[in-house]
Write a protein that binds this ligand. Structure first.
Ligand code: GLC
Length: 560
């Protein structure tokens, strides 16, 4: 084992979307007791930390990312006692619970906002971002919120507009106000006192707003400009974040991972590591390969494997000296990675295993999203009304405004909707895949009899068995040191390949080679790259000289 690494650098983090994980009460929505029930399952997967998406009291306009009380539990998930039980039971198994801090905005039902909107003079008047209307009564600027529509909403009671980077029900907090920052730090410390093992910090690049609020050049048919382009990573943001680190993170054996859309890999050292703020940062250049200029679902552009590899290599290099990388392909905002990275028609079991091979052998802490370990794929709902995800509706409207037909707009949603990641977890071959005895809040994926824990745990060749075996190699075997901490290098000979991703990891005398075919065809390569190396793991039996079979993945090792 590598003594120099922290606990969170050596383990696997598993992300749970509690609403979709396990219902124990028949409401059709998952709950905390459901998570506690499955801790042993996670233990056998080699999980050392669970990132819970928000479980705080919330009107659920954005499924919990609109928080009405930072120190409570939403009754639909259970009680504070259930939460304490979950933390304690997880601890017994060596698993830490990681909370999601949504600090750019609160819910519009948070008592702070309810007070703030009452007048321009109350004691919470400047806890949010309020501006007067333009002389003609319209919004202060032409910024489009991330879920679509204006980023400003008029409040009759106060006679001003308030700013919301996301939905109308998610007003942005005013970080310039020290009292706001103090209240947020106190809430995070409340959870540290409960024994949590870290934080994922939501939408953090938006907390600092520009000094002047002005219209920006329109970037779409609606005449608006994406707020992301105007406010993300505004200079001065790191001052707030260093204070956050000092007031909350420092001195605790925890990890932090910031969600930082748009931070380019070259800037990572400012954000992570000793001189940065967080332990790790989620940036999205590799998940947004289809969307190089902002994520507008009806404007995908063709992407090539060299682009994906380039993004991953850039992040690996940027975190080689300082900071650490959270390796991920999926989360609750992404579509399923098999559909994103593999062509239609590829065997999904092979594709899932191939992606697992990359996820678990890159340098960094792997973040696995529920269902990914079973090989979940996208689900296409037949009509826009079937979608729960608020951003799916915004993107649908935008597509219509851009001149696409309703059928086309629906197709973009089906491909990219966040609901693809939010269908219920599949435990058994029984009713509703064992997720609920009631009516699931989102339909269960049709393929669940083959793709569920019950089936896959009993099948040595399943995606789940592949994950379990490879995690064991990464966490326990002779190669644990090199796979956890070893240096990353993309193999120069195949860097230009549009079919194969090949990289080495090396530490001391040990060196591994990961070799993955990202196409659904046979891909030839020069066998000499393997000379002296032994295959130890892969998604096909044996090997074929000079060829990687469709979606083949293999792990080789050299012993020096
Ligand atoms: C983050 C979350 C996403 C949420 C948004 C607003 O991007 O991951 O689910 O909708 O922030 O809080």
């Amino acid at each position: 084992m590598n003594a120099k690494l922290h606990w969170w650098q050596k383990t696997l983090v598993y992300q749970i979307y509690p609403r979709s994980f396990q219902d124990t009460t028949g409401t059709g929505m998952g709950d905390l007791k459901g998570i506690t029930r499955h801790l042993d399952y996670l233990k056998t997967l080699g999980v050392g930390a669970i990132w819970l998406t928000p479980i705080y009291p919330s009107p659920m306009v954005d499924n919990g990312y609109d928080i009405a009380d930072y120190c409570g539990i939403d009754p639909s998930y259970g009680t504070m006692e259930d939460m304490e039980e979950l933390i304690a039971e997880a601890d017994k198994r060596g698993i830490k619970i990681v909370m999601d801090l949504v600090y750019n905005h609160s819910s519009d039902r948070h008592p702070w906002f309810l007070a703030s909107k009452k007048s321009k003079t109350n004691d919470k008047a400047d806890w949010y971002i309020w501006r007067d209307a333009k002389p003609d009564g319209s919004a202060p600027t032409n910024w489009r919120g991330i879920f679509g529509g204006s980023a400003w909403t008029w409040c009759e009671e106060r006679g001003q507009y308030y700013l919301h980077t996301f939905a109308e029900a998610q007003p942005d907090l005013n970080w310039e106000n020290p009292k706001v920052r103090r209240a947020l730090y106190d809430a995070a410390n409340f959870w540290l006192d409960k024994g949590v093992g870290g934080f994922r910090i939501d939408a953090i690049v938006y907390i600092k707003k520009p000094a002047r609020f002005e219209d920006a050049p329109a970037d779409a048919a609606d005449g608006m400009a994406s707020i992301h382009d105007v406010i993300a990573s505004t200079p001065g943001i790191l001052d707030f974040l260093h204070e956050f680190r000092r007031e909350v993170f420092d001195g605790h054996d925890i990890f932090t991972v910031g969600e930082a859309n748009g931070v380019p890999p070259k800037d990572l050292p400012k954000w992570v590591g000793e001189d940065g703020v967080f332990s790790m940062l989620f940036e999205f250049t590799h998940t947004n390969v289809e969307f190089p200029n902002g994520e507008v679902w009806c404007r995908p552009s063709p992407w090539k494997l060299t682009k994906l590899k380039g993004a991953l290599t850039a992040s690996q290099k940027a975190t080689a000296q300082s900071g650490w990388y959270p390796v991920f392909f999926e989360n609750h905002d992404q579509n399923r990675s098999i559909n994103r990275y593999y062509p239609e028609g590829t065997d999904t079991v092979l594709a899932a295993k191939a992606l697992a091979t990359v996820l678990l052998t890159l340098r960094g802490t792997p973040f696995l999203y529920e269902g990914e370990e079973l090989g979940f794929t996208n689900t296409a709902f037949p009509s826009i009304e079937d979608y729960d995800d608020i951003s799916s509706h915004g993107q649908y409207q935008l597509a219509l405004e851009e001149g696409h037909s309703p059928e086309e707009a629906l197709r973009y949603v089906q491909k990219r909707s966040r609901d693809n990641a939010r269908t219920p977890m599949q435990w058994t071959k029984g009713k509703n895949a064992g997720f609920t005895t009631g009516t699931p809040w989102l339909p269960v994926h049709g393929d669940y009899a083959d793709c569920c824990v019950e089936t896959e745990a009993a099948d040595g060749s399943s995606v789940l068995s592949y994950y379990r075996a490879l995690v064991r190699i990464r966490e326990e075997g002779e190669l644990a040191d090199v796979l956890q901490g070893g240096d990353y290098e993309e193999l120069p000979a195949l860097e230009a390949s549009e079919a194969l991703y090949t990289f080495t990891r090396s530490l001391g005398g040990k060196k591994t080679l990961t070799l993955v075919n990202f196409t659904n065809e046979e891909a030839p390569f020069d066998e000499t790259i393997l000379s002296g190396a032994k295959k130890i793991f892969g998604n096909y039996e044996g090997r074929e000289a000079g060829i990687l079979r469709p979606a083949e993945a293999a792990l080789y090792v050299w012993e020096e």
